[in-house]
Write a protein that binds this ligand. Structure first.
Ligand SMILES: CC(C)(COP(=O)(O)OP(=O)(O)OC[C@H]1O[C@@H](n2cnc3c(N)ncnc32)[C@H](O)[C@@H]1OP(=O)(O)O)[C@@H](O)C(=O)NCCC(=O)NCCS
Length: 185
């Protein structure tokens, strides 16, 4: 079940709308699902914004999720991480972890960033465990930070530095290669 990334393309607009509306994806987002018109406006701004980059996560060559970095052109050399597995069948099989390793290689290699950070709902154990496994550390805790469907939710602030990924990377890649999730890099 090899996992790979490819650039987001214009033809992905409807696929991303469908995934964004998946209950398990929507559950962990801060905002309520957009209308199709709102989604299309967001997508067209995203595709022309040099500050943001998106990939489609492929499982055996088939699209199963999305990965984004935001903040690429900033002077701070850090970017905000976002990712989900939109295809329900593909969750819980290591695709998120494998995509995460490939994305961190892009962030610290191709984009030369110093830091990648994320905001993850405090109850999202799957995402927090996956991030910790790659070497992300918790650097903050934001109380009642997200308000959605009538409820306030706490959020964990996570981050990983370039050196931390370099140190953790060999173990992560070895595990992913051993379990057949990525080809040897
Ligand atoms: C969070 C998310 C991206 C993680 O991706 P995923 O592919 O489901 O997660 P993984 O399969 O990589 O890891 C989940 C579990 O599967 C296990 N797993 C199953 N098969 C595996 C394999 N072959 N190799 C490694 N791990 C495997 C992992 O060990 C992990 O178990 P654990 O949590 O008990 O340690 C995904 O679940 C998702 O999109 N969730 C909904 C939206 C969301 O939360 N997005 C992120 C925050 S905004």
């Amino acid at each position: 079940m090899p996992i790979s990334l490819r650039d987001v393309e214009d033809a992905d607009v409807d696929r991303l709308f469908q995934w964004r509306n998946e209950p398990e994806v929507d559950h962990w987002m801060y905002s309520v699902p957009p209308t199709l018109a709102q989604h299309r406006a967001w997508f067209s701004a995203f595709m022309t914004d040099p500050d943001r980059k998106g990939w489609i996560i492929l499982r055996d060559g088939a699209p199963c999720g999305s990965l984004t970095l935001e903040g690429l052109t900033g002077a701070q050399r850090r970017a905000k991480w976002g990712w989900y597995i939109g295809d329900a069948e593909s969750r819980g099989r290591g695709a998120g972890r494998a995509a995460q390793a490939l994305g961190l290689d892009q962030a610290f290699g191709d984009y030369g960033l110093q830091k990648v950070w994320s905001e993850i709902r405090a109850e999202n154990e799957t995402a927090l465990k996956a991030q910790a496994w790659a070497g992300f550390r918790r650097e903050g805790y934001l109380r009642r930070h997200a308000f959605k469907y009538g409820q306030f939710r706490d959020v964990a602030l996570m981050s990983i530095l370039k050196e931390e990924w370099a140190a953790r990377r060999p173990v992560v890649i070895k595990e992913l290669v051993t379990s057949g999730l990525i080809a040897r890099l």
